[in-house]
Each structure stands twice: as structure tokens, then as C-alpha cells.
Design a protein around this ligand. Sequence first.
Ligand SMILES: [Zn+2]
Length: 141
Amino acid sequence: MGADRLLSRLEGVKRTGPGRWIARCPAHADKRASLSIRELEDGRILVHDFAQCSVHEVLAAAGLDMEDLFPEREIQHGRPERRPFPAADILRCLAFEALVVASAGAAMVTGEPLSGVDRERLMLAVARIRGGLDAGGLAHG
Ligand SMILES: [Zn+2]
């Protein structure tokens, strides 16, 4: 069982290490892999979408429930993961956001005004990158 149940329902799954994958998020039109999946040693499965869909939205789109992220046996003492997702996976998911920020920066250097849409997309990129800090357990120092 483990993460297979979830992974079999996702597209663009790529294994990035032992118990770690990235995939396209089923809850939004994901052109690249925004979803990071991790299977912990105790069998719990962590899911984080860098485009900010909630775990519930991702599971609903994949036709699964929260219970599918937990192993059959009850885990009472699962310690919270201080750094749930490895930095390399977070960077893979956020690489595109850096390009968004870079192109906005390049436009500003040429004195080109940012359109409302561009500005919105830039703020979204910033929010996603900040979300990466959370996923890496780095947001609170
Ligand atoms: Zn999503």
C-alpha cells in the first residue's frame, strides 16, 4: 500500500529519492509538477501542492480520503516532521516561480510597466515561494 495508491492516480509522477516523488497536481491545471509527495518511515504520506491547493482538494481530485494518507494501524505518537519536504524537491517545484520573478524583474529594469495581471502573477509567485519555506519547515526560523 503506502503511497502507491495515491501515485497511481496522479500524472507526471517522478521519483526524486527514497519515499519521495513530485507529480502534477490533479486539483488544478498543473502544467508542471507542483505536487510534492513524501512517504514517511511510519507509513504516513505527506502531500504539499506548491500552487496552494489544499491537501483535501488534491485528495478529492484524486478520488481519495484523508484516511488514505495514513497507514492501517493507528499512529498515536507520530512526531510532527520538522522539515517535512526536502529542499531539493521544493526547489524543483518552485523553479518556475523563480522564472516568473526574474521576468518581472527584467521588465522593470527596462522601465516597462507591469500590467495588473503580471503584478498579480508576481505576487502569486512570491506566495508560492513563501509556501516553500513552510513546506521545508523553515518559515518559523
Ligand atoms: Zn494544485
